[in-house]
Design a protein around this ligand. Structure first.
Ligand code: AMP
Ligand code: GLY
Length: 424
């Protein structure tokens, strides 16, 4: 069968890497892809949000299954458009992807279906928001309602900071129309985990546990990014936490979405805060996490394609996913300046050397080919991912590969996975 993966980041390189291993696949495309996916699939020069052109491509090339990586095309309704033309596609409909597209919607859904989450208010008015902030006190969290590439969340240490963040968002200066409504919520403490499931709207397959590292610097310091590294399994997700996440978060959300007339099909990603054996939901995403996808797929033993196809066909049935016992760690290497303005066009060295290492795969995220070189072209450039018998072994292997690779101003965290080691 012919498969099209939409997107061009590290997550999509990992999807392409995994899907390319399926004996069911005869031809694989990626749009727009990156120099990493080009080695495994045919890159198509269409951006992920060019829904009509992607539809035309899929239709003309008789694509049997399209897999959507990023949130923008989902929010634009790519799944509805493809399905209206009889094409099979893995991902939630526009109405279902709203669970990520609007934080206010997602919070109201959680409240209605009693999914544990932080106390909150939704505001479009500055004065009312200020009142709420003063009543609640700092630290307090201010979130742009709409999509903001993982950067629309401000953890304010003082009420003044929170009020300024609200004003920036409501005025449209930060995040444009995505900030015209804000969610303000109670600051939660604890340890985060990324809890992903694949669902057809009724049946649910939990994926292995994972943990992201959102802050730019070691020790979770500095501003949040799209994710500086991830590992799987995450020991913070004990069996009891897993059960609580399924019963209290995932099941009521999947059922709630169906009851709201927004049946959810695809990957549902719950960002959880775990504390004292309790889970609270920070957010939902309508897709695989990036970089969580990289270590998760490296640990997945089963063929992913039949599962994606079953969901796209509307019935997961008795499909199951097996995992390697091993652990996997992904260290993100980023450009100087990220998550702010960053440099581009620096020549990346050492990729061939890293590729020689066993149980290591270097997923490309923001790279480009230029005059025979691989150069940086995005904030997050590479996801250096390794598998090992233990988290410790996988960490050592990943950092061995990282040490081979370099460019001017490269930055990466040196503590990816350390929280897991503290627990073992
Ligand atoms: P979100 O996109 O809503 O998950 O927020 C991004 C990140 O901000 C989360 O992964 C957390 O690190 C942090 N965050 C979000 N909401 C809260 C909260 N209520 N309390 C503490 N940290 C939060
Ligand atoms: N790594 C966090 C995300 O994909 O949203």
């Amino acid at each position: 069968m012919k498969v099209l993966v939409i997107g061009g980041g590290g997550r999509e390189h990992a999807l392409v890497w995994k899907i390319a291993q399926s004996p069911l696949v005869t031809k694989l495309y990626c749009a727009p892809g990156n120099p990493g996916t080009a080695a495994l699939a045919e890159n198509i020069p269409l951006a992920a949000d060019q829904v009509d052109k992607l539809l035309q491509f899929a239709y003309e090339n008789k694509i049997d299954l399209t897999v959507v990586g990023p949130e923008q095309p989902l929010s634009l309704g790519i799944v509805d458009t493809f399905e209206a033309h009889g094409l099979k596609v893995f991902g939630p409909s526009q109405k279902a992807a709203f669970i990520e597209g609007s934080k206010a919607f997602s919070k109201d859904l959680m409240k209605k279906y009693q999914v544990p989450t932080a106390a909150y208010g939704v505001f479009t008015d500055q004065a009312a928001a200020e009142e709420f902030i003063k009543q609640t006190g700092a630290p307090i969290v201010v979130k742009a309602d709409g999509l903001a590439a993982g950067k629309g969340v401000i953890i304010a240490q003082t009420c003044e900071e929170a009020i300024a963040a609200v004003s920036d968002m409501l005025s449209g200066n930060a995040f444009g129309s995505a900030g015209s409504r804000v969610v303000i919520e109670e600051f939660l403490t604890g340890e985060e985990a990324s809890f992903l499931v694949i669902t057809d709207g009724k049946n649910i397959i939990p994926l292995a546990s994972a943990q992201d590292h959102k802050a730019i610097f070691d020790g979770d310091q500095g501003p949040n990014t799209g994710g500086m590294g991830a590992y799987s399994p995450a020991p913070v997700v004990t069996q009891a936490i897993h059960d609580a996440a399924m019963e209290l978060v995932i099941r009521p959300t999947v059922d709630g979405m169906a009851a709201e007339g927004r049946p959810y099909r695809g990957v549902l990603y719950a960002g959880l805060m775990v504390k004292d054996g309790q889970v609270k939901t920070l957010e939902f995403n309508a897709r695989f996490g990036d970089p969580e996808c990289q270590p998760l797929l490296m640990r997945m033993k089963s063929d992913l394609v039949p599962v994606l196809l079953a969901v796209a066909s509307g019935d997961l049935g008795s499909a199951a996913i097996e995992w390697h016992e091993s652990a996997s760690v992904c260290v993100v290497m980023a450009s100087a300046g990220y998550p702010g303005d960053y440099a581009k066009g620096d020549v990346i060295s050492g990729l061939d050397e890293a590729a020689q290492l066993e149980d290591v795969y270097v997923f490309h995220a923001g790279t480009a080919s230029k005059e025979g070189n691989c150069v940086t072209s995005g904030g997050r450039v590479l996801g250096v991912t390794a598998r090992g018998a233990s988290v410790k072994a996988a960490i050592d292997k990943a950092y061995q590969a990282v040490s081979c690779i370099g460019w001017s101003g490269v930055q990466f965290r040196t503590d990816i996975g350390r929280k897991a080691l503290d627990k073992i």
